[in-house]
Structure formats: C-alpha cells, structure tokens
Design a protein around this ligand. Structure first.
Ligand SMILES: Nc1ncnc2c1ncn2[C@@H]1O[C@H](COP(=O)(O)OP(=O)(O)OP(=O)(O)O)[C@@H](O)[C@H]1O
Length: 239
C-alpha cells in the first residue's frame, strides 16, 4: 500500500542554517511514528512541512491524503468562541444537522460534551487539549500530526488522553506522526521511533536514527515499556 506521507531526501534550512539534511521517512495508514528528540532539533519543522505550512529547501514531501489533522503544541482555541463553535469552525460549509451530529459525536469521544457551551477561559489545560484533539478529529482525518500535545498535563490526565487518542486512531486506522521529548511517551504510543539528536558539530543538521520498537503497541507489557524507555533515554542523553 502507498504511504500516506513520504519525505525523500528532504533538507530544510532557515536563513542559511541547515536544520535537517537528507531526511527520508514514510508513514503508512494505521501506523504511529514518534519523533523523539531534544528541543530545537527540528521536530516541529517536520510536522510543518508535512502539513504544507512551510516548504522544504530541497527534496520532496508527498502527502497522499487531504484529510489531515494537526494538533499544535498550544491548543490555539479562538477565545471568543465556545467549545462547540471552535469545533464547528473547522467544518466549513455543511448542513446544520450533519454538523451538529459530528460535533456531538466528537465531543462525546473526548469526554467534553458537558462543556460544549464553555469558552476557552473556562477550561483547564487538559480540557483545552481535548478540544484541540476533537477539532483535529472532527474532520475525519486519515493522518494526524501531533506536536507534544500532552506536555503541559499532569501524569494521570496524560495517560488517560494518550489512551483515548490511541483508541481513536486504531478505530479509524489513522496514520500518526507524534512529536515528543519524552521517551516514555514514545515507548507507550509508537510503532516506530525516529530519534533526533543534535550533532556534536553545532553547524551540522540533526542526526536521525530509526528505532523500531519490539512487538505490537497494544500487546506491550509495562516491563517492555520501561525497558524501551530506558534504551531511548540512553540514546537521547548520548549514552
Ligand atoms: N521560521 C523559522 N525561522 C528561523 N529559524 C527557525 C524557524 N523555525 C524553526 N527554526 C529553527 O530551526 C530549529 C528547529 O526548530 P523546531 O521548532 O523544528 O525544533 P523542535 O525540535 O520542534 O523544538 P521544540 O521541542 O523546542 O519544539 C531551531 O533551531 C529553530 O530555531
């Protein structure tokens, strides 16, 4: 089957400084790939190129779906619109009944139906992230790009939302690229990890290694997760 997303020898420079050099990668339907790496190594840049928000300097980026959901690091909700209207906003023109049904369904899925008439300032950080995830899901994406969506949340809520997202993407066979700097999150969520690190030579671009994770995500035991986490952590810290 053709990949949903393909980067072939992609290089990206900003004002003459190369952030990524010769980056190749592909994502299949139903696959979760985590991009793990320290701050500033180019993770968000990859997502922005996949979403078509910025253009590569050279190489090709191929996206084989128009149904794309992007969950940004910050929820980016419109402050003067309610939860419902923030979600309706991304649906464009559509008959009212279908729209209402879609919004209701997605709010129920993320556990926020009760808060449908709240404004963003009435929501906790976790609730805002849920709205942001609902807003990405309501368009029935085939591919999700997520940029550290849980980094501001406490551990219990983080786990709960991670489970929700995994359940939703498995139900719909969504391909997901998931950016994180947390090895445990990568070990829990991903089928495959791309480890990004800054080269010792500061002028050079990010060094990327691929790390396929053992076993199916769903069948991974807590012990395996802890082992994977330890290995990823070691790689991240240069061990
Ligand atoms: N629009 C831009 N103009 C100039 N430099 C940029 C631009 N966007 C990103 N960069 C630079 O590219 C590098 C990678 O940035 P990017 O945001 O992709 O990193 P990141 O790995 O996502 O970091 P973080 O984990 O902190 O979000 C950084 O050095 C950053 O300063």
């Amino acid at each position: 089957m053709e990949a949903l997303l393909e980067f072939a020898s992609v290089t990206k420079s900003f004002n003459g400084t190369t952030v990524l050099a010769g980056f190749s990668f592909s994502l299949a339907a139903g696959e979760v790939v985590a991009i793990l790496g320290p701050s500033g190594c180019g993770k968000t840049t990859i997502l922005n190129m996949a979403a078509g928000l910025i253009r590569q300097t050279s190489g090709t980026v191929t996206v084989r779906t128009e149904q794309l959901g992007y969950v940004f690091q910050e929820p980016r909700l419109i402050p003067w619109k309610t939860v419902t209207d923030n979600i309706r906003f991304v649906l464009g023109r559509m008959d009212q009944d279908t729209m209402n049904e879609k919004v209701t369904t997605v709010l129920q899925k993320v556990g926020l139906f009760h808060a449908r008439d709240y404004y963003p300032k009435q929501l906790s950080g976790g609730m805002k992230q849920r709205v942001s995830i609902a807003r990405a899901l309501v368009t029935d994406p085939k591919m999700m790009l997520m940029d550290e969506p849980f980094s501001a949340l406490d551990l219990a809520l983080k786990r709960e939302l991670q489970q929700d997202v995994i359940r939703l993407i498995e139900e719909r066979r969504i391909g997901m690229v998931y950016v994180t700097h947390d090895p445990e999150e990568a070990a829990r969520l991903a089928d495959r990890v791309l480890l990004f690190s800054k080269s010792n030579n500061l002028a050079a671009a990010t060094v990327i290694r691929e790390y396929p994770l053992p076993g199916q995500r769903a069948g991974r035991s807590e012990e395996q997760i802890q082992q994977i986490k330890a290995v990823l952590h070691q790689h991240l810290t240069g061990g």
